[in-house]
Design a protein around this ligand. Structure first.
Ligand SMILES: Cc1cc2nc3c(=O)[nH]c(=O)nc-3n(C[C@H](O)[C@H](O)[C@H](O)COP(=O)(O)OP(=O)(O)OC[C@H]3O[C@@H](n4cnc5c(N)ncnc54)[C@H](O)[C@@H]3O)c2cc1C
Ligand code: SF4
Length: 407
């Protein structure tokens, strides 16, 4: 690996106008990092990456690089792009263990973070580095959000999250797991207990339903529920997956790794949301794809579809009359996810839009003063790097807010 990334770094043209950097949602200073790497200044490079994106070690693995840094690299026009992600993975992985954690003088205002996914982790780290005591409240038993309970182990080893937790605790961040806000404890109680500002990073983890007959049958499961604990479910030999997004690809690949032999993904149209590389991996693993299938209902036998009729431009122009019963041991529904309504229901003045996403202003402040939000709970289901981008801006706004507060 080391030799390969040195060769990769040497291919970088150190562009004056680095398109790779513009293509990155958090504008990672790619040519600068590559230069530092070539000069052997690895710890400095690691520090710069962590400062710009505390989740760099994760993003280096899970970002859609084809669409971002690599997809924008000038070398990619005539040749293969520079694969910066491999260089970033090498540096950030090393830095995560070797970084020196400094504890700045403590500020007298404290902050609360609700939810410990990439958005909450980023805010907690940024606030702790600025000297604010931070307590994180996490519903589940482990930190990481969808990095822990969504993205499968074979794509992102969970040990990353243990390493993050160790660094966060060294920074002085208190993490209260198995604690749901909006259930036993409410946002008003956090305010009562002296948190000067609060961040909501609760994500979008409620599976979207089809709203069709059969969804509650015993042979049916939602993708996110399956991925949270794949060994806890026996899907059987033949699995039908409704949906063809990236999460559906993870369901398919996980099912194939856990003993299912015939895994087929069904989509209504021919335009699917999964990235080409995720589709290619699922195909390599043995998944099959069937397009033009409109789900009608699910029975004890499996899903029932109506076949779409396409025109010459692959647009759906109608459906065949006769329904088609597919025989599958299990049907997994994986058609995206939305935020839960828990906090909105239990917090006066906290507004959400139509799809349950929290309403925020240009400073990421919600409709409740002093309460900020970012990540999937604001954008709807998106990506790790987009959650980090919003969280960084929210953390900066929280610091301004706390500084402006009179004692
Ligand atoms: C299967 C799957 C695969 C994915 N693959 C990729 C990928 O390859 N690359 C990529 O960039 N993105 C991927 N994503 C998307 C990415 O994981 C999310 O965009 C990202 O995790 C959002 O971060 P977040 O912090 O906003 O929310 P989350 O990661 O959802 O974290 C929210 C956290 O808040 C906690 N929480 C919720 N409610 C409460 C409450 N009331 N009180 C306390 N805690 C609460 C939750 O338990 C959770 O830990 C994938 C998503 C899925 C589902
Ligand atoms: S666009 Fe490509 S060649 Fe230019 S600086 Fe970025 S990685 Fe290097």
């Amino acid at each position: 690996m080391a030799l390969h990334i040195v060769a990769e770094a040497n291919r970088c043209l150190n562009c004056k106008n680095p398109r790779c950097q513009q293509g990155c949602p958090v504008h990672t200073p790619i040519p600068m990092i590559i230069q530092m790497f070539k000069e052997g200044r690895l710890m400095e490079a690691g520090q710069k990456l962590f400062e710009n994106n505390p989740m760099s070690a994760v993003c280096a693995i899970v970002c859609n690089h084809e669409k971002q840094c690599a997809g924008s690299c000038i070398r990619g026009i005539k040749d293969t792009p520079v694969h910066f992600s491999s260089i970033e993975a090498y540096i950030s992985d090393m830095y995560l263990d070797r970084m020196t954690v400094e504890r700045p003088a403590k500020k007298d205002k404290k902050a609360a973070v609700i939810g410990c996914g990439p958005a909450g982790m980023t805010v907690a780290i940024k606030l702790a580095q600025a000297g604010y005591p931070v307590t994180v409240f996490e519903w589940k038993g482990k930190i990481g959000g969808l990095l822990q309970y969504g993205i499968p182990e074979f794509r992102l080893p969970k040990s990353f999250l243990d390493r993050y937790q160790a660094r966060m605790e060294e920074m002085g961040i208190t993490i209260r797991t198995n604690t749901t806000i909006g259930s036993v404890l409410m946002i008003d109680e956090l305010i009562r207990d002296g948190y000067s500002s609060i961040f909501i990073g609760t994500g979008a983890e409620k599976p979207r339903t089809l709203g069709l007959q059969g969804e509650s049958l015993g042979n049916v499961l939602f993708g996110l529920n399956y991925l949270a604990n794949p060994r806890g479910h026996k899907l059987g030999d033949t699995v039908a997956i409704i949906g063809m997004g990236n999460a559906a690809m993870d369901v398919a690949r996980t099912a194939l790794r856990n003993g299912s032999r015939h895994v087929t993904l069904y989509a209504r149209s021919k335009n699917v949301t999964a990235s080409s590389s995720e589709i290619a991996y699922a195909e390599l693993d043995g998944a099959e794809f069937v397009f033009g299938m409109q789900i009608e209902k699910i029975t004890d036998e499996g899903p029932v579809f109506k076949k779409a009729v396409f025109d010459e431009n692959d647009r759906i122009v109608g459906y065949e009359d006769e329904p088609v019963q597919i025989h599958a041991d299990s049907t997994v529904i994986s058609i995206s996810q939305v935020p839960r309504a828990k906090l909105v229901r239990t917090t006066d003045g906290l507004d959400a839009g139509e799809r349950g996403t929290l309403t925020v202003d240009e400073n990421y402040m919600t409709t409740r003063p002093g309460v900020f939000a970012a990540g999937d709970v604001v954008t709807g289901a998106k990506t790790v790097v987009h959650a980090v981008d919003g969280a960084k801006q929210a953390a900066a706004a929280m610091i301004r807010y706390m500084e402006a507060q009179a004692d």
